[in-house]
Write a protein that binds this ligand. Structure first.
Ligand SMILES: [Zn+2]
Length: 263
């Protein structure tokens, strides 16, 4: 039981009451002063802040966890953009729940599409593929790549746009399944390093005629930083996922205290 001096419980009640359809909350939960304690009360020494960047159609919060050191190189990691691609989430939660990160200003968004995750669907609760809803080379697509009625029609899309614009990271890694490859369409030298670090093949993920309105295309057009798609297989080995956090930190010249995942 929490004592009366704790403010977290009333805040959570407020959030629960206001969450449906509310557009005002994204900035409310700006990182707390310490950020070292999770909502569940368990210690997360790596976390220096927690931010609800927006809400899904069904009112679920989209949470970004701030790790590392402000002032260092900014990197954003995103997983579960498609709700039926949950495996790479483990990489991000391992970073969040592990030892403090050093020499990197790191944000992780383990569940970008919480409604899709809840319903085991690729798309959001509107039946829209978030990775076709961004306002760069958007096109009206139907079926498996339903792109929505217009660019940025979905709250999840607008939330991530705001978040990425505010953070303005040098690098974004967007984790997916099941194509088992790292895209080398742009910045092939860096992509090659990522592929080698994560023990994944390299390929050109051109997605044929359906490559419209993707998050990485939008980001790379809009910002100086570089966003890269990383695809794991349908059933990536647990050992590969367990090794990935340390490999990613090493890739960006970062490390974390303790020995979790880092050799
Ligand atoms: Zn995907």
């Amino acid at each position: 039981m929490r004592g009366p001096s704790r403010v977290r419980s009333p805040l959570r009640r407020l959030l629960a009451a206001a969450v449906v359809g509310c557009a005002l909350l994204p900035a409310v939960l700006e990182a707390s002063a310490s950020g070292s304690t999770s909502g569940s009360g368990s210690a997360r020494p790596a976390v220096i802040g927690r931010k609800v960047v927006g809400h899904s159609l069904q009112g679920r919060p989209i949470v970004a966890w701030h790790l590392g050191e402000p002032g260092k190189k900014k990197v954003v990691l995103i997983s579960v953009m498609h709700g039926n691609e949950p495996a790479p989430r483990r990489i991000l939660t391992d970073l969040r729940d592990g030892a403090p990160v050093h020499d990197l200003n790191l944000w992780v968004v383990p569940v970008y599409n919480p409604d899709g995750l809840a319903h085991h669907t690729r798309k959001n609760a509107h039946g829209v593929d978030l990775n076709r809803n961004y306002p760069y080379r958007w096109a009206p697509l139907d079926g498996g790549y339903e792109s929505g009625p217009k660019p940025s029609s979905e709250p999840e899309t607008r939330a991530m746009k705001r978040f990425l614009a505010r953070v303005d990271p040098a690098y974004v890694l967007s984790f997916h399944q099941p194509l088992h490859a790292v895209d080398v369409t742009q910045r092939p030298a860096l992509s090659k390093r990522v592929a080698r670090a994560l023990d994944l093949p390299r390929t050109r993920l051109t997605c044929g005629s359906t490559c419209h309105g993707t998050m990485t295309m939008w980001f790379n057009h809009r910002f100086d930083g570089f966003a890269l798609t990383v695809e794991y297989g349908a059933s990536p080995p647990a050992s590969k996922l367990a090794a990935a956090p340390g490999k990613i930190l090493h890739l960006f010249g970062a490390w974390r205290g303790g020995v979790v995942g880092v050799s």
